[in-house]
Design a protein around this ligand. Structure first.
Ligand code: ARG
Length: 544
């Protein structure tokens, strides 16, 4: 079943072969929607807009959905949905376990690359964004019936492990027992020595070779470091409430064995060429080539991502691969996708998409830093938020602030604003949910019936019902366009409409069937808010 605006659009198209470009009516007395299409046509044809509007009104049959169409002013067409139709649709949302969501009949396998942090480093603000956004995509697509496979492309391989392993040995540290903060501190000590102590740097380089050639003692320490980091990251993921599990980790090292094959194939097929000693692919439209094998024979980040995309398509069976990674890596992914298509590893039927996001700024408008000038860690941000609100509300505040901005924009981490229970915030939506629940609880205590939604005499009731019937539209839009703010905007409007409804329409003090109908609207609002918040990774408290 498509939404009422979609149905209206279809009727216009069927009768007059045009899109009515429906907009919400500016005032309740104009009905629910307005179309300016007659004005636009009149301009093009040099005709009288009111006459064109009249012609359209005569042609288009919407009697089963709307009141008779009205022409207003210079030639606007005003559309008022029938109250009984709106009531039936709202009732359908209320009684549907999926709240009116249309579950797909062609489920896809969607791989989502997130949060993909790094070994021996704490998660920083950038990882906060990938975690929150990636999880929202995961939840939205899962709710619509798709199979989502999170892939944590953890940075667990590379030259840095040479010095890390040497430092572990020198300090006699137990690598398997290191927390994230401890291993990051060890990393910093190793880095400092690498820069100052040539003998240490030399040992670190030799250790890289030992690691790459599979020396068992070296591998053991490397593995202990990786496992410890994974455990530490899992703790952060749990704290954030994201859905990634231990077996979703497929770090860079997973692809080691595949790299020579990937790179050889590119070279033998002439897709990659040697340039100044490195094996490169020159991709149209990019200033720098993509390096798949460097001068000393090592493979890097790009080759690894090529191997990963091949696995995601061939072995995981992906129909869609989403990379939730910050905007600075746009060129990298643009090149990876292009090369993978050329090589035939990414067939046309599979969509690969980088969903870039902007930076998190402090209230001073500069990239968020801690007091000592280093990049803010995720844990420090959560700690700070929890001094302002309970953990549940703090998390809602942070996630909502992140998702309610368009992804590509930088956003300001303004705790004071985020935790407010008024305005366009996560806590406000949680509060709206708790308020619906309070009304329903009182009704239950009085023994009042909830539902069916049957009478919608007041404009505020009708607007609320109409918004409820649009839940599916909002969710489908996020699934296709991957812009979470479409869902936050939808939910915020829903909460606002509920608030207006609650001010203008007595619920508990009215009598049946109006009371049951209003309680039904309250119930449906509560359910849609809870389902929508869940897709944002935000809990819906019963009381606040
Ligand atoms: N580890 C990288 C970082 O922290 C992100 C990896 C993103 N995923 C990928 N397939 N390259 O910036």
């Amino acid at each position: 079943m498509s939404s009422l605006p979609a149905l209206l659009g279809a009727r216009f198209r069927a009768a007059a072969e045009l899109d009515p470009e429906l907009r919400p009516a500016t005032k309740p007395q104009f009905g629910h929607f307005q179309s300016n299409v007659a004005l636009r046509l009149a301009k093009a044809e040099g005709a009288n807009p009111r006459e064109i509007a009249q012609r359209l009104v005569d042609q288009i049959d919407v009697a089963d959905i709307a009141e008779p169409l009205e022409i207003a002013g210079p030639g606007f067409i005003n559309i008022r949905l029938r109250a009984d139709v709106l009531a039936a649709e709202a009732e359908r949302v209320r009684t549907d376990p999926a709240n009116g969501l249309v579950i797909t009949d062609s489920p896809q396998t969607v791989v989502i690359d997130y949060p993909s942090a790094n070994v021996a480093k704490q998660m920083h603000v950038g990882h906060l964004r990938t975690s929150i956004i990636g999880d929202c995509f995961n939840r939205v697509l899962t709710a619509l019936g798709h199979t989502v496979i999170p892939q944590d492309h953890m940075g667990d391989w590379g030259r840095q492990f040479g010095m890390l392993v040497e430092q572990v040995l020198d300090e006699g540290a137990d690598a398997s027992a290191l927390g994230l903060a401890e291993s990051e501190a060890l990393y910093k000590r190793a880095q400092a020595r690498f820069n100052d102590d040539p003998a240490f740097a030399d040992r670190a380089r030799k250790r890289v070779v030992a690691l790459q050639s599979g020396d068992p003692a070296t591998l053991e320490i490397w593995r202990a470091l990786v496992d410890a980091s994974r455990r530490g990251l899992m703790e952060s993921y749990r704290r954030l409430g994201i859905l990634v599990e231990l077996d979703d980790f497929d770090g860079e090292s997973r692809y080691n064995d595949a790299l020579p094959g990937v790179v050889d194939e590119l070279e033998s097929r002439g897709i990659a060429v040697i340039d100044q000693g490195a094996l490169c692919v020159f991709v149209d439209g990019y200033a720098a080539p993509m390096i798949v094998r460097n001068r000393d024979g090592g493979f890097g980040y790009s080759a690894t991502d090529l191997a990963a995309i091949r696995l995601r398509v061939d072995e995981l069976g992906a129909d869609r691969v989403l990379y939730v990674v910050d905007a600075r890596q746009s060129d990298h992914f643009g090149q990876v996708f292009s090369v993978a298509r050329t090589a035939g590893w990414l067939p046309d039927r599979v969509e690969a998409r980088h969903t870039p996001f902007g930076m998190v700024l402090g209230t001073d408008g500069k990239p968020l830093k801690t007091r000592d000038g280093s990049t803010a860690t995720l844990e420090s941000l959560l700690d700070a938020a929890e001094t302002e609100a309970t953990p549940e509300i703090a998390l809602a505040a942070i996630k909502y602030a992140d998702l309610s901005n368009s992804l590509i924009k930088d956003y300001v981490f303004d705790l004071d604003r985020m935790v407010r229970t008024t305005g366009d915030t996560g806590p406000y939506l949680q509060y709206a949910h708790a308020r619906c629940n309070q009304v329903l609880r009182r009704a239950e205590a009085e023994g009042y019936a909830t539902g069916p939604v049957s009478v919608l005499g007041e404009p505020a009731e009708q607007q609320l019902a109409l918004q409820l019937t649009r839940f599916d539209d909002a969710v489908q839009e996020v699934a296709a366009g991957l812009q979470p703010h479409k869902l936050t905007t939808y939910l915020y409007e829903l909460a606002e409409l509920f608030s207006t409804f609650y001010e203008q329409c007595p619920v508990l003090k009215s009598t049946d069937p109006v009371r049951a109908s209003r309680l039904g609207l309250t119930q449906a609002t509560k359910d849609v808010l809870a389902a929508g918040l869940d897709m944002l990774g935000i809990t819906a408290p019963e009381r606040m």
